[in-house]
Design a protein around this ligand. Structure first.
Ligand SMILES: *Cc1c(COP(=O)(O)O)cnc(C)c1O
Length: 363
């Protein structure tokens, strides 16, 4: 079976070396040395003032919303993983969906202002597939209406935009280090911010609100992560350039084999000034019917692509209705093909052959 993704595992001995240290210290969680080392490494890598390691990307979203004190309505994208929307509702806010740009598949900044009303407190946008949102336009709107900006950067690890890491834009960026992501810690996530007061809030909120043993800064939750997860992060981190390079090579091969000769396949476009991370390989087909035949033909050969992202989050049964025709159309036609470190060029060739076979017989 060739799945849409496969977790990268570092050499076994690298991880067990860290385990020996954990065993000798018997310090398993609560700001252990491996966690502090990983936080420092990632903060330097991002070039950010603060990085807070968390147990997953969903609690990162929830802490961002809570920590920035958001209430009322949050303008967001309908084209993302469900956690982007569910976190808003979980924090007792309402999502207001702005339609997406048909080229980048990110939130369309020209659709945002029409949704701003006195209840609006923030914009929560996803850099979908690691493609940068129009951060300048979003920043301008946010300043004008005094809104906070959170980026769901779960796909954007390592992406550079205009000479700085993408995660530094906005009031906070949330990351996921789930096993399926480009960089992972098995389960895990984090928050990037360059604001000291916000970072302080995030860090006490992640640990029950503790201010020392017997005092509390305020309300908190348990969103900490462990030494075992930090050890996985430290073991995977040295490979990040190699992981990105391999994905770039496979992406170029896919492009060569799929985009030539009027295939009708469209790829989302990446804005100028981006150093991309090749996190995913999404294609947009001409119709949902074609997408389903491509998917079924791949499945018949034990190849599992995924409909990232379908359905449009605006169709969830716990949100208010918004008109997002571009997202509704594209979410029916977007498919992510397998892309991971161990995927072989020959396997990419086979996948493309199957897809081109289907497209040849399209009606
Ligand atoms: C994976 C993902 C999340 C959730 O992260 P977890 O670590 O699985 O909780 C949130 N948003 C997006 C866009 C994701 O892809």
């Amino acid at each position: 079976m060739i799945n849409v993704t496969k977790s990268f595992l570092p050499p076994f001995e690298t991880y067990t070396k860290y385990l020996e240290g954990i065993w000798s210290r018997a310090h398993l969680t609560n700001n252990g040395p491996l966690l502090l080392e990983l936080e420092e490494k990632l903060k330097d890598y991002f070039g950010s003032e603060y990085f807070i390691f968390l147990n997953n990307g969903t609690s990162a979203l929830q802490l961002a919303i809570k920590g920035l004190g958001l209430t009322g309505e949050i303008i967001t994208t309908p084209f993302s993983y469900v956690a982007t929307t569910s976190s808003i509702v979980w924090e007792n806010c309402q999502p207001a969906f702005a339609d997406i740009d048909p080229n980048t598949l990110n939130i369309d900044p020209t659709k945002i202002e029409a949704l701003v009303n006195p209840k609006t407190t923030a914009i929560l946008a996803t850099h979908v597939y690691g493609i940068p949102c129009d951060v300048e336009a979003i920043d301008k709107i946010a300043k004008k209406h005094k809104l906070k900006v959170i980026y769901d950067a779960a796909h954007a690890f390592g992406v550079v935009y205009k000479d700085k890491m993408l995660v530094n834009y906005g009031d906070a960026s949330t990351l996921s280090f789930h096993a399926t992501k480009l960089f992972h810690t098995t389960e895990g996530g984090g928050l990037v911010t360059n604001d000291e007061a916000v970072a302080h809030k995030f860090s006490y909120m992640r640990n029950f609100g503790h201010k020392g043993q017997e005092d509390f800064w305020g309300v908190g939750i348990n969103a900490k992560n462990s030494e075992f997860h930090a050890a996985m992060g430290l073991s995977v981190f040295p490979y990040i350039d190699e992981l990105i390079k391999k994905r770039r090579e496979l992406t170029e091969l896919y492009d060569d084999l799929l985009l030539s000769g009027n295939s009708g396949i469209v790829r989302p476009s990446i804005p100028k000034g981006t150093e991309y991370n090749y996190a995913y390989y999404p294609i947009v087909l001409e119709s949902e019917k074609l997408l389903l035949s491509v998917r079924d033909s791949l499945l018949a050969e034990f190849i599992q692509p995924r409909r990232y992202f379908y359905p449009s989050l605006s169709s969830l049964n716990y949100v208010n209705k918004y008109e997002v025709p571009v997202c509704e159309d594209i979410s029916k036609r977007a498919l992510c093909l397998p892309l991971y470190y161990e995927l072989e060029p020959d396997q990419v060739k086979r996948i493309c052959q199957i897809i081109r076979q289907v497209l040849r017989f399209k009606s």
